[in-house]
Design a protein around this ligand. Structure first.
Ligand code: QUE
Length: 336
C-alpha cells in the first residue's frame, strides 16, 4: 500500500497529508495521481465543504521529485508524464470551488508551492521557508510561476525565480505568498477550528523584521525585468553590496535556465494561468532533456557536491535564437 499521501475525511473537511518526511515530501507521480483523483471526488462530494493540506515532518513539500525524473532518463516517459499530471493538478486546484487551506509549517519550494498557491488560504509559521530553487538544477520555476510570480509587486517574483533566494515567513507575508501568520504552537488549534467550523483562527501578529529583500526593493524593481542580458548588465554596473552578492549567486546558476526564466516572465505578462501552464509545459519538455538538467540534478541532489558544469557555461554564449527555440510548441497540450 502506498502511504506517501494520506487522505482523511473529518467533519466536513477533506484532509491531505503529504507523507514522505525523509524526502521532505517531494511530490512524485503516484502522489500526484492519487491527489488528482481524490480532489476530483471531493469536488463533487456535497459532504465535503473544505480542504486542508499539510506536510508530515519538517517540510510542507520540497518540490517535485526531480531525482526520480533524473533516474528515469532514457528508461521511461516519466519526465513527460509527471510534469503533465502535475500541471493538470495545479489547474484543478485553481478551479476548485471550495475553501482550500495549506499549512506551510516548514519548507515550501517549487512543486510544493504549486499545491498551495491556488488555494485561498496559506498559513505561514515561524518555521516557513519559501524558495523557487530550480535554476540551481538546470530547470526553471514552473507550476504556474510565470503567472503568479510575474504579478508580484516590485518585480520580486523574477528576483526570486532567478536567484532561488530562500525567504522567511515575514517576507512571504509581505509578498502575499502567505495569506496569514500563525505560530507553530497554535497550529493545532487553527486546524481544529478550520476542520470543524471552517474558521481561520487564531491568527497571530508578527513584527516586521529587518529584511534585506525589502530594504533593496527599489533596486530589485529597477533590475529584475526584461531579458537576462539586461539584468546581468544592471547587476554588474551597480555599486550596491546587494547587487554584488546577487550577481555572484547568479553566476553559479544554470545560464540557460536563467535566460529561459527571464523570457518566460516576459511572455507571461498578458497570459492567463491556463496559458502560462501550457507555455511552461512546452518549455519543460525541452529543458528536462538538456544535459544541464541531468548534470544539475546529479550534482546538487545525487552527488551533493553542488558543482554542476553548465553548457553553455555563461550567458554570453547564449543567443536569442537559442532562447526562442525553447519556446516552440512541439509536444502535446495539457488541454486544461
Ligand atoms: C532545486 C530544486 C529542488 C531541490 C533543490 C534545488 C527540487 C526538489 C528538491 C528535493 C529536496 C529534498 C528531497 C527531494 C527533492 O530539491 O525541486 O527528493 O528529499 O524537489 O536546488 O528544484
Amino acid at each position: 500500500m502506498n502511504n506517501s499521501i494520506i487522505f482523511e475525511e473529518k467533519s466536513e473537511c477533506g484532509l491531505i497529508y503529504l507523507n514522505k518526511p525523509k524526502a521532505l515530501n517531494a511530490l512524485d507521480l503516484e502522489m500526484t495521481d492519487l491527489f488528482y483523483k481524490k480532489l476530483n471526488d471531493w469536488k463533487n462530494n456535497i459532504k465535503i465543504k473544505r480542504i486542508l493540506i499539510q506536510g508530515n515532518g519538517r517540510a510542507f513539500c520540497a518540490g517535485g521529485d526531480v531525482k526520480s525524473l533524473f533516474l528515469s532518463s532514457g528508461v521511461s516517459n516519466l519526465k513527460k508524464e509527471f510534469l503533465f499530471k502535475e500541471y493538470k493538478l495545479n489547474y484543478l486546484i485553481d478551479q476548485f470551488n471550495k475553501p482550500y487551506l495549506s499549512i506551510w509549517d516548514g519548507i515550501v519550494m517549487g512543486g510544493g508551492v504549486g499545491l498551495s498557491i491556488y488555494g485561498n488560504v496559506r498559513i505561514a509559521t515561524e518555521n516557513s521557508k519559501f524558495a523557487m530553487p530550480e535554476t540551481a538544477i538546470g530547470f526553471f520555476p514552473d507550476v504556474g510561476s510565470s503567472y503568479f510570480l510575474s504579478r508580484i509587486k516590485n518585480n520580486f517574483g523574477l528576483y526570486l525565480s532567478l536567484t532561488g533566494k530562500v525567504i522567511s515567513f515575514t517576507e512571504m507575508l509581505y509578498l502575499e505568498l502567505a495569506t496569514h501568520f500563525c505560530k507553530s504552537s497554535n497550529i493545532e488549534k487553527l486546524q481544529s477550528n478550520y476542520i470543524h467550523d471552517g474558521l481561520v483562527y487564531p491568527i497571530d501578529k508578527i513584527n516586521n523584521d529587518n529584511s534585506e529583500l525589502i530594504n533593496n526593493k527599489n533596486f530589485i524593481e529597477e533590475t529584475f525585468h526584461g531579458d537576462i542580458f539586461n539584468i546581468f548588465e544592471k547587476l554588474k554596473k551597480s555599486n550596491l553590496e546587494f547587487a554584488k552578492i546577487t550577481y555572484q549567486n547568479l553566476l553559479k546558476r544554470c545560464p540557460m535556465s536563467l535566460a529561459a526564466t527571464a523570457e518566460l516572465f516576459k511572455k507571461a505578462k498578458n497570459l492567463t494561468l491556463k496559458e502560462c501552464l501550457e507555455m511552461e509545459f512546452q518549455l519543460s519538455q525541452k529543458i528536462v532533456y538538456r544535459d544541464d538538467f541531468n548534470n544539475g540534478v546529479e550534482s546538487v541532489l545525487v552527488m551533493k557536491n553542488n558543482n554542476p558544469l553548465w553548457k553553455p557555461i555563461s550567458i554570453e554564449e547564449i543567443t536569442y535564437e537559442q532562447i526562442n527555440s525553447l519556446f516552440e510548441i512541439h509536444t502535446d497540450k495539457l488541454n486544461l
